[in-house]
Every structure is written in C-alpha cells, then in structure tokens.
Design a protein around this ligand. Structure first.
Ligand SMILES: Nc1ncnc2c1ncn2[C@@H]1O[C@H](COP(=O)(O)OP(=O)(O)OP(=O)(O)O)[C@@H](O)[C@H]1O
Ligand SMILES: [Mg+2]
Length: 573
C-alpha cells in the first residue's frame, strides 16, 4: 500500500516538474522571443533542445526557477494535507476498535438521566450529568460524567480545560458550584453565566480578578478546627502549600516536628478563639510554653505533651523546629491575606448555607509562598467536610450534587487528603473534578502514590492531548488496547508466478504517537463503565447556548474587577 502511495507521489512530482518546465519555456519564449516556435509535446521539446540546437529563451531561466519553486510548494502542501488526512484516518480506524455506539450508551443522555433520577430523586430539573464532549463519529452525541463520578482531566496547556470543561460544568451545575484558578481565565464567563443563580463569592487575596482591597467575605480556617486531627490536617495543608518540588527530601525530623508544632498552635488558637495572626506571633516569638499551657488547661494532654517534648530539645534543634513551623506558616505573615480570615463588617462565608444553595464560589490564588493557597485549600476542605456531614444526615447523599471544578489543581489546591476522598465522595454527591496540565504536574503536587490513587479512583478519566510523557502515553495506549491488523502482501517469483499472502499482527488501537498528537478539541475518555471513547470537546465560545447565557449578562452587571480609588493606588504600588 505504502509502496503504491510512494510511487504515485513520485509520479506526481515528476509530472508537475515537466509541466512546470514546459510552461516556463513557453512563457520565456513569449517574454524574450527567439524566432523559433516551440512544441507543446514535452518529448518533442526536449528533442529540439538536445538534438536540433534549438535556442534557449533567456527569460526561460527565471520562469523555470519560479515554476520549480511553485512545484515544490504545491508538493509540500499536498504532503501536509496527506499527513493530516492520515492522522484523521488513523483516529477513525481507532474509533472502530473503541467503545461501540451500544457500549457507550451508558455514558449518554438517556442512561445518565435515568441514573441521575435514581441518585437524586428530590432534585428538580437535574441535568443528566456533566457534559464532557461529543462522541466522534457516532452522531455527535454528548457523553456525560454521571452524578456519582469524580473526574481527573489531564490536558496540556491550551487544550481547552478552562474554556470547554470548567466553564461548561460551572454554568450547567444544578446547585452550588465552586471553581479554582490561579489566573483570570474563565472567571468572567462563569460569573456572567451564573448571574441570577444565588449569591457570588470571590476569594481573591492576591487581587487576580478583583481590584478591591477589602475582602469579599471572611473565612477563618480555625472555625473548623475542633480536634487535634483537624489541626493536623490544617497544618498538613499549610505544609503542602508551601512545599516546592525542590524541597522534597528535606529533613523529615524537622518537617514532622514543625508540622506537629504548627498543628497544635492552630489547636490552641482555636480553643482560645484567637485569630490566625496569633499563631504566627507565637511561632515568630518562640512562645511554645504559652501554647503548651493553653493546651494543658483545655485537657489536650497529647498535644500539650508533644509541645512540651519539643521545648525540652536542645536550643539548636528547637530553633530548627520553630524555623520549619514558621516556613510552613509563612502565608500568615501577609496582612492582606489575614484580612480574609477576620476583617470586620465583611460578610462571613457559611459553608453549610453554601452547599444547600445555588451560589457560586470562585477561589483564586497565585502559586507559591505568601499566596492564599493554604487558606483557599482550607476553605475547600471545610466545604467538603460540611458537605460530608450534610450527606451523612441526608441518607448518605446530598439532595443536589455539589460541583467543584479544581482548575489549576496542582498549583493551588495542595490538599494531601484529595486523592483519598476520590474513593467515596462520588457516592455522596460531592462531584470533584481535578484538572492537570500533565501527569508530572500532578505527581509534583500529590506524590507518585497520591497521583496513582487519584487516577485509579476517578470514575471518569480524560486525556485531552498535549503530553510528551512517554510512560503516561504508553499506559493510556495499553488501556485503550490492541486490535488485529491484517496486511496483504504479494511477491513475484523468478518464473513470473505471483503469489499473495495475508498476515495478522496485534497493533495498539491508538499508539503513543497518535495520543501525543491528538487533534485540537479532541480527547479520550476512560470510564469505569465501558471501553474508552473518543470525544470532541466544545468550548463555550462555539456553543450557542453557553454563549447566549454568558452574553445575556451585560459586562456591567457581572461582579467584575472592582476598581476603587484605593485599589488603583495599590495597583500603582
Ligand atoms: N474567548 C475565546 N475565544 C477564542 N478562543 C479562545 C477563547 N478563550 C480561549 N481560547 C482558545 O482556546 C484554546 C483553549 O484555551 P483554554 O484556556 O481553555 O486552555 P487550557 O487547557 O485551560 O489552558 P491552560 O492549561 O493554559 O489553562 C486556546 O487556544 C485559547 O487561545
Ligand atoms: Mg486553563
């Protein structure tokens, strides 16, 4: 087959070159006449030049050069088109070996609507699920992520996570909806599209979207610290949020002691109803004895003994533990950030009311130290814990699913517990979707084991292309599977006898090259319910309904970057 194609292409190139030269000679003769009439038959023309000394028209040199350049350009264009067609064809061949129309029915509207009604019988107008994309080659039918499925999306940068998935899921959410980001992408569209759906809350201590210096609301993570376990979880969030990839393999003794110290300082502040700033002050002033006395007074023997133990260590070691705790709590040195935890005359965020509403929460933070990542993650944790309790008190599942779109998850939602909640939040109606640009980014944030737990537990796993990670692509190719490829061959013996043969071999339905170069807006969805399917994602700006919903709110009505005189001054520095 390939042989034939190569022969045809070579023939085409030769034909185009001959034609090009023929036309060039005639064009040259027209521009600089030689008095000779040249034939249009290429063989006769060549004969005239070679055997009858026909004069070469001077202008024909230039016209020939132009013709040759044109021929090469046209040929390159044809080759590029062929490669594009081959890639599409490869995708279409792959489609034949992926889930059939019947098999993928479990992911489509009818089945998902039935499932949604069973899961949330009391929810009014509940959509079939969260739309992921339209099935390629199967009538453009939508594939839905069900209301019991948590999702992990791995798509390279610019592959449509925000514009085709996050915005869509936020706008189509039936109840309360949360999105995270470290940039403005999708914020305006989400706010405009959800205008009229209850209240809007924007957490933005780094002023990524808002310009107002006053917090939009306050949330104090200490309100959710009721036990030593809660305190340790909060400290773990602070530790993970301030850890850089390069910190891995630090001194584990100081890390553990520093984290314990921070945790029990949080506990002491919560018991005394002190603000978060007090925690940083205790650490900075090395006032462990004060904390130990508070813990002992409240009967917290274990935490009190832990602090007492650390305080009895040699000065140098103790100093290192304080330094470690201070590094983990570094975000608390930022007054602008602390204002979001205790400002006066600012509305309080109430997770319990939020999860029962149709409100919108947009959580924004820069990456890195001093950003609001730890507080943002603590807020997510508080909402998740509140939703867990609400689900438990409601027969095990929320009345209406809670939608949480963790865009830029690896950069700002460093919640060590995230991978483990993936195994049971789906059954509670807490629908988390985590978005990563690559597997490496997820491993950086959650560790190899954390990533594996997350990926394995997710009922909907989507790969949207744009990855150069060979190992990951290989594992995806293996998940998609193999199929038999039949090749036909023919050979001619010395006696002129032609024989034909048929060979069968196993090939990957989509190999790593095809996965690595998925066309734009194309994704492969791996579901726990059926074989993988290939979908086209649809960005909001190509979706009439979403565009109309977003554009129906005039920009002036969108809770927009608020520009106050104070903010302008702050922005000017
Ligand atoms: N309003 C718009 N109109 C037209 N094209 C857009 C619009 N918004 C985004 N795009 C384009 O759509 C593509 C996908 O963008 P999107 O921001 O959704 O990618 P992403 O996967 O979220 O990227 P990142 O990982 O960098 O956040 C990009 O090529 C982008 O330029
Ligand atoms: Mg994005």
């Amino acid at each position: 087959m390939i042989d034939w194609k190569a022969r045809i292409m070579t023939g085409l190139l030769a034909l185009m070159t001959i034609l090009g030269l023929l036309v060039s000679v005639h064009a040259g003769a027209a521009l600089t006449p030689t008095g000779v009439t040249y034939p249009w038959n290429p063989a006769a023309l060549a004969g005239d030049f070679l055997f009858f000394d026909a004069p070469w028209p001077p202008a024909a040199t230039w016209t020939s050069l132009v013709a040759l350049v044109l021929v090469v350009a046209v040929f390159a264009f044809v080759l590029a088109k062929q490669a594009q067609r081959a890639s599409l064809k490869r995708n279409n061949i792959a489609l034949k070996h992926m889930a059939t129309r019947k098999q993928s029915a479990v992911l489509r509207e009818t089945a998902r609507t039935k499932e949604a009604a069973q899961l949330h019988p009391a929810a009014v107008n509940l959509p079939a699920g969260e739309r992921v994309g339209q099935l390629v080659g199967r009538g453009n039918r939508w594939v839905y992520q069900g209301w019991r499925d948590l999702g992990v999306y791995v798509c390279g940068t610019g592959r449509g996570k925000t514009s085709a998935l996050v915005i869509r899921h936020m706008l189509e959410a039936p109840g309360a909806a949360i999105m995270t980001s470290n940039k403005v992408d999708g914020v305006r569209e989400t706010l405009a599209g959800r205008a009229g759906h209850g209240q809007t809350f924007i957490f933005d201590p780094n002023r990524i979207y808002r310009r107002d210096t006053r917090p939009d609301f306050v949330f104090n993570p200490l309100d959710y610290v009721q036990s030593a376990a809660d305190a340790r979880e909060l400290a773990a969030i602070f530790e993970a949020s301030t850890r850089k990839a390069s910190d891995r393999g630090g001194d584990s003794q100081f890390d553990t002691a520093g984290r314990d110290m921070l945790a029990y300082f949080f506990l002491a502040a919560a018991l005394e109803h002190d603000p978060l700033s007090q925690v940083f002050a205790w650490i900075a002033r090395a006032e462990g004895h004060e904390v130990q006395r508070i813990l002992a007074r409240h009967g917290k023997t274990g935490p009190s003994s832990t602090i007492e133990g650390i305080l009895s260590w040699p000065e140098k070691t103790k100093g290192s533990v304080y330094a470690t705790a201070q590094r983990m709590a570094s975000a608390l040195a930022d007054d602008d950030l602390l204002a979001w935890t205790s400002a006066d005359r600012v509305r309080r965020f109430n997770p319990d009311e939020f999860i029962r509403s149709t409100d919108t929460l947009v959580l924004l933070s820069k990456d890195g130290e001093g950003s609001g990542g730890a507080i943002l993650t603590a807020l997510i944790r508080a909402i998740c814990k509140t939703a867990e309790h609400a689900a438990q008190g409601n027969g095990g599942r929320l009345t209406v699913p809670l939608v949480m779109e963790l865009d830029e998850c690896a950069n700002i939602v460093r919640w060590p517990e995230l991978p483990s909640v993936y195994s049971y939040y789906g059954s509670m109606g807490i629908i988390l979707n985590s978005y990563f640009q690559s597997r490496a980014q997820a491993i950086d944030a959650f560790g190899k084991d954390g990533w594996q737990t997350l990926w394995d537990a997710a009922a909907t796993r989507v790969f949207g292309g744009g990855s150069g990670d060979d190992d990951f692509l290989r594992s995806l190719a293996a998940l998609i599977g193999e199929h038999d490829e039949i090749t036909y061959g023919s050979s001619t013996g010395k006696d002129g006898h032609t024989s034909t043969s048929t060979n069968t071999r196993k090939v990957n339905t989509l190999d790593i090259a095809a996965l690595g170069s998925l066309p734009e807006w194309r994704a492969v969805l791996f579901s726990s319910k059926c074989r993988p399917v290939m979908v086209n994602t649809v960005p909001w700006f190509r979706d009439k309904t979403l565009t109309a919903t977003i554009n129906r709110t005039p920009p002036a009505k969108t809770p927009a970057p608020v520009r106050t005189a104070a903010a302008e001054a702050a922005a000017r520095g």
